[in-house]
Design a binder for this molecule. Structure first.
Ligand SMILES: Nc1ncnc2c1ncn2[C@@H]1O[C@H](COP(=O)(O)OP(=O)(O)OP(=O)(O)O)[C@@H](O)[C@H]1O
Length: 255
């Protein structure tokens, strides 16, 4: 299986060399293979967003290294990072991050415009991904004219339009109700299973995490527990995830 991402011993320290210096990630190593669907969970403040940002070029680790498609991303120049991002990564955030003044069509086209893809090809690729995600009817609307669920589907289309190797999603269902959350996860699961899109996702929600294939539980800046779905059905996997999540509550209640 092809290795998409490798993190070696990453450490992240905020406010370095000040009295507020504070190490959030304490040497995390991780390998992600093509077709993986990894979910990161953990208590608030445990370092989930810091980890996903450091894995995906949004932030740079203080120590250790990250390789995406075999390329070391730590050593990349600022200018190179932008190009590398839209060629290799698709991002989905809690707040959708669509631009209000652009139509959905223009929003989805942004990574292609940045990559200087020609006008005709942009039109073709935007329409193809809109077809796949069944959002054709939204293309000429503005984000304010779409529901939250529709906006997040459009954000996923924007993340996928460059055919990235890896989708990075930080709390993608954070602003969605349960029906829209499940629809979004069904879509991501389908992309993962049918098109082998590799996904790394942060969530607080055990039900949402039960769509993944592997769960990394972060506690105090280290990977404390790994749960593989393997032969489990979604319900059994969900119960295992709930158990991992309830560890803190049990400790608080019965210490
Ligand atoms: N830019 C920053 N500068 C200083 N400290 C930061 C910065 N970003 C995050 N932190 C701190 O690092 C720790 C981990 O933050 P992070 O956002 O990664 O946690 P999280 O697990 O994603 O939390 P949550 O579930 O609440 O979103 C927290 O204590 C946070 O206050």
């Amino acid at each position: 299986m092809k290795k998409i991402l490798e993190a070696k011993n990453i450490v992240k320290t905020y406010n370095r060399n000040t009295k507020n210096e504070f190490e959030v990630l304490h040497g995390i190593s991780l390998e992600v293979y093509e077709g993986d669907f990894i979910c990161i969970m953990g208590p608030s403040g445990s370092g989930k967003s810091t980890l996903i940002n450091n894995l995906s070029t949004i932030d740079t680790p203080t120590k250790g290294s990250v390789f995406i498609n075999g390329k070391s991303v730590n050593k990349m120049m600022e200018t190179e990072t932008g190009k590398f991002r839209y060629e290799n990564l698709g991002f989905v955030f809690q707040s959708f991050n669509l631009m209000d003044t652009l139509t959905i069509r223009e929003n989805i086209a942004v990574p292609l415009t940045l990559a200087k893809v020609g006008k005709d090809e942009i039109k073709e690729r935007v329409e193809a991904i809109a077809n796949k995600l069944e959002i054709n009817a939204l293309l000429d609307k503005y984000p304010a004219e779409c529901s939250g669920g529709q906006c997040q589907r459009c954000a996923v289309a924007r993340a996928l339009v460059t055919n990235p190797k890896l989708i990075v999603a930080d709390e993608p269902t954070g602003n969605l109700d349960s029906k829209n959350s499940h629809d979004l996860l069904a879509l991501l699961k389908n992309l993962n299973e049918q098109d082998h899109v590799t996904i790394i996702m942060v969530t607080h929600d055990a039900m949402i995490a039960s769509y993944s294939k592997r769960l990394l539980f972060i506690r105090d800046g280290v990977i404390d527990e790994v749960i593989e779905r393997e032969g489990l059905d979604q319900k059994e996997y969900f119960y295992k995830i709930v158990q991992a999540n309830s560890k803190e509550s049990m400790e608080l209640l019965f210490q």
